[in-house]
Structures are given as structure tokens and as C-alpha cells.
Ligand binder design. Structure first.
Ligand code: ZN
Length: 298
């Protein structure tokens, strides 16, 4: 599932492979971009802001894309995928960039980027201002916790994995209103530490177990019971939550009456995860320097 960490890693991969190279040819299979041609231009830079990818070319144009739920980008040809699903193919000197099922695609003057990403909150995987992010979440007092974490205008980068897993780690219910929670700081510190660590290392892992693989405490449908207390998890489909994303929580560990992040619980659950190095664990305060974007390890 593409979230801010996935996009940050994608930006670094595309950048490492193709920045400085000339476009030898390109095809867009999108009504708005049918006549677009980047041939002869050079790829100047690639960046991610939240879940948006921005590729800047020497003709002053930016190719902007958002993968939503199903889009994928490959640094290779994908002849196995039907042509109509290959929304763009850009031929660089050493290889191809292929966008499959990419739902949102724009090409515009680089000077207009703000119009597309200026509304976003602090970028969790970019140069990240944690104090501003905490204040933005606190200001969303009327929102359910998971809805606030998912709202890209509040803070940019979290998808459903972090919106479900961070409340579990903190012992808070996804439905608890932000304004009822005593302290937002540890929730955001833990979420930021997890997504930045995963952007650096790769898999979307929140447990710290089998770190080379994607692994989460409660979101995967195969997980039936709470790994801490053994209670049967409650699951809701996207049609059952006001924020229209599926959710899961432990009714014992995450009661709706809980309004204080459980720091002892967080310390225990983060014990194996390298994200703990970005935190002062006893207080769950973010201590890592987040003033520059995460650089993905390949
Ligand atoms: Zn539990």
C-alpha cells in the first residue's frame, strides 16, 4: 500500500537511476496528457512530498503523480501488463520508467507545484517539523484519531497502516476524538519514528519482528487476536468508519475510554523496532534530527 515511506523510497530509486539522463522517448496513455512529449529533456530531480511524486525536467515541467491505492511505478519495461494499464512509459538512456494503473497524473510548469502540494501538512518523510505537526493534529480536535492521522492536510505521509498501528501501540482507540486525548506528542513521535525508519529500511514493519518483511500488529486481516492480551480484535470495513478506511483494534487494550497514551505499552511494543533509536523511549519523545528528508537505503 503506497504511503509516504513508499513514495520516499520510490523518489530515491528513480533519482538514483535516471536523474541527469535524457528522455529518449515517452508515451502517456491519459486523456489529458495524450499529446505531452518530454523527449529531449533531461530529468533534473525527483522528490516525494507526502504521497505525491514530483519529477522535474529541464524544460521547466514537473510530472506529478499520486498512486492512491493501486498505482505502481517500475524502473523497467512491463510488457506483461496490458498496454492500456501502462499509463506512462518514459525511455531514459539506461532504462524505462513505467507507471501502471497510476490514477492521478499531471504535467505542469514546475513553478506551479505549490498548487498541487501546497495544501499538505508537514511531510513526515521529508524535512519534517515535528512541533508544527503536533500542533496541526491537536487543532483537529473534533476528528477521530485515525481520521486526523490520515488527513494529508493535517500531516502528510501516513496511510492506513500508521493510522491503525500507531493507536494500537499507544493503547488508544482509532475512534477516540483527538480533543479528548491528553497528549498528542507521543503519538506523533512514534508515528514519525516508525514511518521514517521504514522509509529508510524498506518494509512497512511496525512490530520489529522479521524486519526484512512487511509486518504489523493488527491491520493484516490474518491477525485474529491481540498479540498482547489475546482478545479477539474488532475489525471494521471501510464502509463502517466515518473516514472510509478499514480499521482494526483490540477492545481490551484500546478502549474508547482511554485518553492517555500508554507509554509503558509503547516502550514494550517498540522494543524490537529500530524506530526506538529515534525516540527517548521513557517519554516517547522524538529526539532524531528530522530537518532533512529521509534517505532510503537500497
Ligand atoms: Zn489487547
Amino acid at each position: 500500500m503506497p504511503e509516504g515511506d513508499t513514495l520516499r523510497r520510490l523518489a530515491d530509486r528513480v533519482s538514483n537511476a535516471y536523474v541527469g539522463q535524457q528522455v529518449l522517448g515517452c508515451t502517456f496513455r491519459h486523456p489529458r496528457l495524450a499529446l505531452a512529449d518530454l523527449s529531449g529533456t533531461t530529468l533534473r530531480s525527483v522528490d516525494a512530498t507526502g504521497k505525491h511524486l514530483l519529477s522535474r525536467f529541464s524544460n521547466g515541467k514537473t510530472l506529478h503523480l499520486h498512486l492512491l491505492m493501486a498505482g505502481r511505478v517500475f524502473l523497467s519495461a512491463r510488457p506483461d501488463v496490458p498496454e492500456w494499464r501502462r499509463r506512462f512509459e518514459i525511455q531514459f538512456e539506461t532504462g524505462l520508467l513505467t507507471g501502471v494503473d497510476v490514477p492521478l497524473l499531471h504535467l505542469f510548469d514546475t513553478t506551479r507545484e505549490e498548487q498541487f502540494v501546497g495544501h499538505l501538512g508537514p511531510d513526515l518523510c521529508g524535512a519534517y517539523d515535528h512541533d508544527v505537526a503536533v500542533a496541526r493534529v491537536e487543532a483537529a480536535a473534533d476528528m477521530h484519531l485515525s481520521a486526523a492521522l490520515l488527513d494529508q492536510r493535517v500531516v502528510a505521509g501516513f496511510g492506513n497502516i500508521y493510522a491503525v498501528e500507531t493507536p494500537f501501540i499507544c493503547g488508544l482507540n482509532p475512534f477516540t476524538k483527538v480533543g479528548a486525548i491528553e497528549s498528542i506528542e507521543p503519538i506523533m513521535a512514534i508515528g514519525a519514528a516508525l514511518i521514517r525508519t521504514n522509509a529508510m529500511l524498506g518494509p512497512q514493519n511496525t512490530t520489529g519482528k522479521r524486519l526484512s518483511r512487511s509486518d504489523q500488529w493488527v491491520l493484516p486481516a490474518k491477525v485474529r487476536t491481540c498479540k498482547l492480551c489475546g482478545a479477539t480484535l474488532e475489525r471494521m470495513s471501510e464502509g463502517q468508519t466515518p473516514w472510509r478506511r478499514r480499521t482494526a483494534f483490540c477492545p481490551q487494550c484500546q478502549p474508547q475510554t482511554a485518553t492517555t497514551p500508554d507509554l509503558d505499552r509503547a516502550k514494550q511494543l517498540l522494543g524490537l523496532h529500530p524506530a526506538r533509536r529515534m525516540l527517548d523511549l521513557p517519554t516517547c519523545t522524538l529526539i532524531a534530527d528530522t530537518s532533512s528528508a529521509v534517505v532510503a537505503k537500497s
